[in-house]
Design a protein around this ligand. Sequence first.
Ligand code: FAD
Length: 449
Amino acid sequence: MARPVVFWFRRDLRLQSNRALAEASSAGPIVPVFVLDSHLLGPAGPNRRWFLNRSLEDLNDQTGGRLIVRSGDPSEVLGQLAGEVGAEHVFATDDFGPYGRRRDTAVGEHLAGRGISTHYRGSNYAVAPGTLRTKTGGSYQVFTPYFRSWRQHLDAAAEDHIDLTWGPTVGSEVLPDRPEPTAPDLPTAGHDAAWRRFEQFRAVIADYPEARDRPSLDGTSRLSPYLKWGTLHPLQLVEHLGHSPGEDEFVRQLCWRDFYADVLFHRPDSARRPYAAHNAVRSDTDAPARRRFHLWRDGHTGYPIVDAGMRQLLAEGWMHNRVRMITASFLVKDLHVPWQWGARHFLHHLVDGDLASNNHGWQWVAGTGTDASPYYRVFNPTTQSQKFDPDGDYIRRWVPELARVPARFIHDPTHDPRGAPAPYPPPIVDHAVARAEALARYEQRRRHR
Ligand code: FAD
């Protein structure tokens, strides 16, 4: 009888189509473990921790109650567990993030010292970060050529069914805490919920190319939290899809997730610092900037589409992609606040919060990322709102103070001859003035390059 093998779950919380788990299971009976690591749990706010907790409960059910959850330094926890069950091998899906890579090297070295080998296999991406290279051997900095190459490299998903034999059961040292989420309306976690959501979305995927930019519609997949924790692997989704325009557009969006992970893989420093430092424009960090940041954070800027988005984030731990762009642009270019403040706030609340997609999404908006929206392109929150929420339904849903404002005034209630409804604040900045200031700062930066 083969010795048990420790399988270390991280962001691959599924028993199907899991390359590393399949390989582990052919090496011996599986002892499944998840390590609650304070380094990773720190930046995740209560919403993401709640969702993780529920995802672990679901995974535990799927393993027949065998999932071990322990808290602490992964090297120590895994070394101890391997000793308890007599395992000589630890398997895990490879991690490509800045912290994950450092941790995995440290774990590998620590366990090797105890005679235990670690095996990192597969990835949580359709194409693993670091795989694709330009013709000159460099990394991709522009999305479209990356996407072209990505499509050609798409692998088949790992075998769906894995023959699993379980190893000895040992107790969890800690039951996962049950953090109270701050958002009252979070999605259901787990395998069945993820696939139900995918089927719902598939029924309307033909409308995706247009509907995906309309925040009032349920027109996007909302699969991001399941992809974040690996309840689903992106290749499983690709395999279920054909080549209609809606399906193609959706697969293209999945590629953005891989692209940003690839960018971060090559430039781990860009998690916190501008990718393109020469494009970084001066921002304010004084007390008035802090006050502006707080009004933005709480959804009280007087710009209805911005306030709607920020309130959706607080209520659902999720925000529509178009509105992520509008609210982020408003913080950086209208309020002149550092993108890092906004990125941290998003990461705290987002149930799908992901370092690569979030921080590079912010850098795209701030004009410092790869392939970024240039800094001088300043989103006008009112015209964006008119274009993407023409009837104001999204605003009415999240800003109830404006529920009775007619569509033609809802994007800018200051023009309503009856005046804005009393509790709704006037705009905290004049967009035209803020835009001129943003452009002046950009010009200053350009001259000093
Ligand atoms: P769909 O439209 O159904 O897209 C399907 C999947 O494709 C998504 O689930 C996601 O995995 C991927 N995807 C789509 N657009 C992007 C994109 N622009 N960048 C990377 N992946 C993408 N996405 C996150 O998963 N986590 C984040 O923390 C995050 N922060 C963001 C911050 C900002 C400022 C911006 C502009 C975007 C951010 N995004 C983030 C990307 C995008 O907003 C979300 O992936 C998307 O809104 C999730 O909803 P969905 O699953 O319905 O998307």
